[in-house]
Design a protein around this ligand. Sequence first.
Ligand code: NAD
Length: 291
Amino acid sequence: MTAPADHPTAPSTAAAPAHADSPAASDTGHSAPAPHARLAGQVALVTGGAQGIGLGVAERLARDGAHIALHVRKEDDRSAQARRTIEAHGVRCQVFAGDLSDVNRMRAVVAEAQAAFGRLDVLVNNAGLELRADFLDTTEEDYDTVLDVNLKGAFFTAQAFARALRDAGRPGRIIHMSSVHEDLPFPHFTSYCASKGGLRMMMRNMAIELAPLGITVNNVAPGAIRTPINDDLLKQPDKLAALKAQIPLGRMGEPRDVAGAVAFLASPDAAYITGATLVVDGGLLWNYAEQ
Ligand code: NAD
């Protein structure tokens, strides 16, 4: 069953989340998001949501009214804290653990999230990692570690999500966390660039194949964002200063900068956008000065 082709992301008429009356909101002491919040009642599955950009995105979507299915690598104090942070926005949040490179587990995560909330509307394929290695020294294990998470994991999580929407006859949004390195070379990180370049072409193909289902597919491509993935860099003032000198806006990005772009792509304002990459980099990617 497909959504009407001329209303690819029309507001859903499906019932409210199965547990919309759960005590989560009242427990927090915060009031629920306004009913007119732009994602009110929707459910967003965010991968790698315990920290960094993923947590920033989950919080922002929660602020816009979405209930959050928070995927994490493993349940621990940090994921419990992330859940409390999200619930403080007055929405439901449930944690689902799994290694992104385990395709069967990620299929189960999608199914469990759908069962828990009664619906799914948005997938943010955020989880990812990078490994530094010269091309000549990169091992098969390094390559598999990066590609299995950043590309294979994103591919099959998106496939499971899209199948779930197709079977439910619902429209939706898929947003992949790519990188400026879907275009820009990053010497010594060739496996990472291969994964993000792959994500770019995967997104473009998916956008065409899933359009008849009313599912839009886009990438957000961050530049240099202040998160744990950049811990080493953040401890090296010289390298940090050199990086900032490459960024026309003169600062690293924050998770909230990226989250705003994701929230836009998830919103009704982006209903006609599919197959696009939204770059969030302070001007880094196309910074070029001559003379
Ligand atoms: P981060 O290291 O803080 O977060 C990455 C998240 O991915 C973590 O929550 C981690 O648990 C999860 N993850 C990694 N491997 C996993 C696995 N095997 N199974 C399940 N989860 C796994 O980094 P971040 O900066 O928040 O990165 C988020 C995304 O943004 C990544 O895809 C990254 O490539 C992308 N990105 C980040 C930057 C940046 O400068 N921070 C720039 C461009 C793109």
